[in-house]
Design a protein around this ligand. Structure first.
Ligand code: ZN
Length: 274
C-alpha cells in the first residue's frame, strides 16, 4: 500500500489503488492524496522492514563514476572530463532496510553513499536550466559495488549490478522540501564507525548537467533513478581495504532526507531456474 510520512508518522494514501510511481509525474495529485490521508488521520504503524523502495519498478537505474573530487583522488585517478555512466540492473533494487548479499563469487564488497535523483516526468534533450521540471524528488542510495568485478571490465557494469545492490529510500523528499540540494551532508557508518563524511557541494558535475547529458542521448522516464556519485572514504580506498563482510551493518545518512540501513548476509551459489 502506498504510504506517506508526515511528522514521523506513516499515513495510508486515501486511494489504495494508487500507484506511487505513476503519481510521480502528477505531483499535484500526489500531494492531494497525501493531504487527504493526513487530514483523515489514516495513521499506521509501519516497521522499518516493511517499508519498500519508494519506486518499485524503475525502468533504469544509472550511476555516475568519480563525481566527487576527493573520491577521485583517493582512487588515484583524475576526475574524468566526461561524465562516466554505468548501469545498475533494475533487479538490483532493494528496500531501504533490506539485506545486502555478499556475493558468492567475491570478497570485495563495498559501500557508496549517494544522493539519488528520482525522475518524475519524461524528458529528452532537457537543457540544464529546465532539468528541475523532470525531477520528482530525492532519496538516499547505497551504490553497492563489487570491486574486483567492477575493475575487471571497462564498463564497470558487472560489478555494479549484483542483486540487492541498489537499496534506496526510505522515501522521496520533494524538491520544495529538500532545501539546497547542493548543500547536503552525506555520511556512511559501518558497525557504527564513520567511514564517509561528505557534502553534495563537492559534486563535480551538478544534477542539472547530469540530466542534460543523459537526455541528449536517451529519454528519462518517471521512476528512473540516478545515483549521483560518492564522496571519499569507500572501503577499497583504505590501506588495507576495509571491505564489507557478512554480519556487518551499513548505515547511509543524508541531511534532510533520513537514513537507510542494511545487514550484510552471505549469498549461497544455488542454481535457481524459473
Ligand atoms: Zn557510485
Amino acid at each position: 500500500m502506498p504510504v506517506v510520512f508526515h511528522d514521523g508518522r506513516a499515513f495510508a494514501l486515501a486511494d489504495r489503488g494508487v500507484d506511487l510511481q505513476d503519481l510521480l509525474s502528477r505531483p499535484d495529485e500526489l500531494r492531494q492524496a497525501a493531504d487527504l490521508a493526513v487530514s483523515k488521520g489514516l495513521a499506521m504503524n509501519v516497521a522499518p522492514e516493511q517499508i519498500l523502495a519508494p519506486v518499485l519498478k524503475p525502468r533504469k537505474i544509472l550511476g555516475i563514476g568519480l563525481n566527487y573530487a576527493d573520491h577521485a583522488a583517493e582512487t588515484g585517478r583524475e576526475p574524468p572530463k566526461n561524465q562516466t555512466w554505468f548501469v545498475k540492473q533494475v533487479t538490483a533494487l532493494n528496500a531501504p532496510y533490506g539485506q545486502i548479499m555478499m556475493p558468492a563469487v567475491s570478497e570485495c564488497l563495498d559501500y557508496e553513499t549517494e544522493l539519488v535523483v528520482v525522475i518524475g516526468r519524461k524528458g529528452r534533450h532537457v537543457p540544464a536550466e529546465r532539468a528541475h521540471e523532470i525531477i520528482a524528488g530525492y532519496t538516499c542510495g547505497n551504490d553497492v559495488s563489487v570491486r574486483d568485478w567492477q575493475r575487471a571490465t571497462p564498463t564497470m557494469n558487472m560489478g555494479k549490478g549484483f542483486d540487492s545492490h541498489a537499496p534506496i529510500g526510505p522515501w522521496i523528499v520533494t524538491p520544495d522540501e529538500i532545501g539546497d540540494v547542493n548543500e547536503l551532508g552525506l555520511r556512511t557508518y559501518v558497525n557504527g564507525e564513520l567511514r564517509q563524511n561528505g557534502n553534495t557541494s563537492e559534486l563535480i558535475h551538478k544534477i542539472p548537467e547530469l540530466i542534460a547529458h543523459l537526455t541528449a542521448a536517451f529519454t528519462l522516464e518517471p521512476g528512473d533513478l540516478l545515483f549521483t556519485g560518492t564522496p571519499a572514504g569507500v572501503g577499497v580506498a583504505h590501506a588495507p581495504p576495509k571491505y564489507l563482510k557478512p554480519g556487518d551493518r551499513v548505515r547511509i545518512e543524508i541531511d534532510r532526507i533520513g537514513h537507510i540501513e542494511h545487514d550484510i548476509i552471505q549469498e549461497r551459489a544455488e542454481t535457481r531456474i524459473g
